[in-house]
Design a protein around this ligand. Structure first.
Ligand code: GAL
Length: 358
């Protein structure tokens, strides 16, 4: 992700977006007027616990604290449901839409909202048209983490893991398990990780098609491991849910090798403490939700957001991801995005004592 100027929490606008601020469809909805409703669609629950456990409460709180109604729905991994939810929300009226794309379903919804003069914020995942290599942002704003940086941190955790294991990166057998290519972030995660791993001399020994599903990732990885004669030195994995699938297969084969991930989910943090996952990349969802809700509230109030950095040709707000190794797990608990009571169960309890997680 190449930005004109990178600021940890950078805020960006283009003139074209300003004309959209404050527009909304007609009609009112009970207490909340259309103009005061923020309509949100989350993608699913299976790909990562972050959407329901992290983003939903953070977005809801941000809007209600500011006196606005947040209509937050989850498409549950179904593009038809995504479209139905959008129609229902738009019928009730939206002053702004915040969409996490799922398999491209957000494109048609964005076009429909913009036809009604409703500004759209692409949340976490880009909503683009054009080719994968040179996409253009359809949404009026994009709020996310620096997803190439997420990939770079994941790649670095693989390189560091090989070094700790005394393995030469240039000759190591490394498998790449990416995210679903229908998610614009997946390419950014991959490109960031590949940049770091390639620089260290790593070449992928196998790279099955990416998917956001732990069980499918386990199956794909098991097939790759078989094709490699059961030999693997490290696995680059794009998120914690998929990493758990890979670790299940490694456990079954009595293997313990560097594995990457992201989302700082409870399962991910447990695997990091157990030494089964080298690290996870923590993306404080509150940062992302606050940035998106602040922008949305300015639009709901008819204000003109001022922004200074762009990506894919549109206003971009980015937040900084954080690498979490075993000694950093407590920082996620301190931030309120994980509970020691959820993490420190069974065999993990001893590791929590060792790393001071409480
Ligand atoms: C990505 C998101 C990640 C990851 C994945 C699976 O777009 O940025 O947090 O978890 O989706 O949902």
């Amino acid at each position: 992700m190449k930005l004109k100027s990178w600021i940890p929490i950078a805020v960006v606008v283009s003139a074209s977006a300003l004309a959209l601020s404050g527009c909304s469809s007609g009609g009112s909805t009970g207490g909340a007027t259309t103009a005061s409703r923020a309509c949100v669609i989350l993608p699913d629950s299976a790909s990562s616990p972050r959407w329901e456990n992290g983003d939903r409460p953070a977005l809801t709180k941000a809007f209600t604290d500011a006196g606005f109604q947040a209509d937050v729905q989850n498409a549950q991994g179904d593009t038809n449901k995504y479209a139905t939810i959008a129609d229902q929300e738009l019928t009730k009226g939206c002053g702004v839409m915040i969409l996490v794309d799922y398999n491209g379903a957000a494109v048609a919804v964005t076009q429909k909202a913009q036809k009604q003069g409703i500004p759209v914020i692409a949340y976490d995942r880009p909503i683009t048209t054009g080719s994968k290599d040179s996409p253009s942002m359809l949404a009026d704003y994009y709020v996310s983490f620096d997803n190439e940086k997420v990939g770079e941190l994941e790649g670095q955790s693989v390189v560091d893991g090989l070094k700790t294991a005394g393995k030469d990166a240039a000759t190591a057998t490394v498998v790449y398990m990416g995210g679903d290519p229908a998610d614009g972030n997946a390419k950014l995660f991959h490109d960031g990780a590949a940049k770091v791993m390639t620089a260290a001399g790593i070449k992928p020994a196998a790279e099955p098609t990416g998917v956001w599903d732990g069980d499918k990732t386990a199956t794909n990885f098991e097939q790759a491991l078989t094709s490699l004669g059961g030999k693997v030195d490290a696995v680059w994995v794009a998120n914690d849910t998929n990493a758990a699938g890979v670790i299940t297969v490694l456990d079954k084969n009595g293997l313990k090798v560097p594995v990457s991930g992201q989302d700082a989910s409870t399962a991910g943090l447990q695997n990091v403490l157990l030494g089964k996952q080298t690290a996870t990349v923590y993306k404080p969802f509150k940062l992302e939700a606050d940035a998106a809700s602040k922008l949305a509230i300015q639009l709901l109030k008819g204000q003109k957001p001022s922004v200074s950095t762009s990506l894919y040709g549109k206003p971009f707000i980015a937040t900084t991801p954080i690498l979490v190794t075993p000694d950093k797990v407590q920082s996620v608990v301190d931030a309120g995005d994980a509970k020691a009571s959820d993490i420190c169960t069974g065999a993990v309890a001893a590791a929590c004592t060792q790393y001071g997680v409480k």
